[in-house]
Design a protein around this ligand. Structure first.
Ligand SMILES: O=C(O)CCC(=O)C(=O)O
Ligand SMILES: [Fe+2]
Length: 333
């Protein structure tokens, strides 16, 4: 049985919605046409990487610009040789600390279009209703094979590595605890178990917010004794497939043991008017049936909002915490 939204045949069947409610997550296959939507994205990212490689080469950080390689292979070589993860150059968000006027980011039109992809929003509408705000807790994650991944020269630790076990409600500020935040994750290339796809603990969303402990560079982790991951399910996905996650569902990613780069988007949406949990960053109205004119349709304006946020944060020595957790909590000992 299909729910018909906006005259379009949404792929959110009653069965899928039911799975989401019961299990705390659902993967919907073939939501959007990967050729149409992802080609435009890769074109932008190729430009970003080309400029980055040329700059690193000019600065003597790499011995070759690796122009002859495809985007994902070139990215591996540039990261391995520069010993930098370089992810911030591609991200459509800012870091949570040390923001300066020239902190890199990429808020190009193809990214903005992806955030507003009608096929995607049709499904989002099935979960949170037709008044949809694009929450600024969002990232592109480009994870090179661990065998080539940059490491901290003093500790030898991977600079990025697998994502720790967490709930997305745990990574936002408490003002968003009542927000109906929906996580939307999708790969831009096939993400199998060997590439480090996502894993979820089914039904963990019923357990409420769990204690998180600071772990790794800027990361958070729910300790094993707080919630077992024995029942975790790995979710290999094809480009065009989309995972929807409840904000309380415990999840992580596997390590990338393959020799290919894992590349994904994680986005969040919430009903218009609810706190995003990252108030220093700009969101926008992605869809409003009540007031269509309030929708942001201008990619340049979106990009300008991010630049404005960066200027403000760089100027203000922003020192408010981005999450509520402390390493001193007894549960983290
Ligand atoms: O892509 C990853 O490795 C982690 C993504 C994640 O935690 C999320 O989308 O909420
Ligand atoms: Fe997450």
């Amino acid at each position: 049985m299909l729910q018909v939204l906006n005259g379009r045949n949404s792929m959110l069947s009653a069965e899928k919605l039911d799975h989401f409610r019961r299990e705390g997550y659902v993967v919907v296959p073939k939501v959007f046409d990967p050729d149409r939507w992802l080609t435009a994205l890769f074109r932008e990212y190729e430009g970003v990487l080309d400029r980055l490689a040329k700059k690193l080469f000019a600065d003597g950080r790499i011995s070759d610009t690796y122009e002859h390689l495809s985007f994902l292979e070139r990215f591996i070589e540039v990261c391995a040789e520069s010993n930098e993860t370089n992810g911030q150059h591609f991200d459509f968000s800012l870091p949570q600390a040390n923001i300066s006027h020239d902190t890199p980011m990429w808020t190009g039109p193809a990214v903005f279009n992806m955030l507003r992809c009608p096929e995607l929003l049709d499904l989002v509408e099935g979960f949170i209703g037709p008044e949809i705000y694009s929450n600024p807790v969002q990232h592109i994650r480009i994870k090179v094979p661990e065998s080539r991944e940059p490491r901290d020269p003093s500790t030898g630790a991977l600079k990025m590595g697998a994502t720790n076990w967490h709930q997305d409600n745990g990574v936002v500020t408490p003002d968003a605890d009542e927000t109906q935040m929906l996580t939307v994750w999708f790969p831009l290339r096939y993400a199998g178990v060997e590439h480090g796809c996502l894993q979820v603990v089914p039904r963990s969303h019923e357990r409420g917010l769990m204690a998180h402990c600071p772990a790794g560079p800027g990361g958070l982790q729910v300790p094993e004794r707080v919630c077992s991951r024995e029942d975790a399910v790995a979710l290999p996905m094809q480009p065009g497939d989309v995972l929807f996650l409840n904000k309380m569902t415990l999840h992580n990613s596997l390590s990338n043991t393959s020799n290919e780069t894992r590349i994904s988007f994680d986005l969040r949406y919430n009903p218009i008017g609810q706190p995003t949990g990252r108030g220093a960053f700009p969101g926008f109205i992605a869809r409003s049936r009540q007031n269509p004119n309030s929708e942001l349709r201008d990619a340049d304006e979106w990009s300008r909002l991010w630049v404005e946020a960066r200027e403000k944060l760089a100027d203000s020595a922003y020192d408010k915490p981005f999450n509520r957790w402390s390493a001193d909590a007894p549960v983290c000992a």
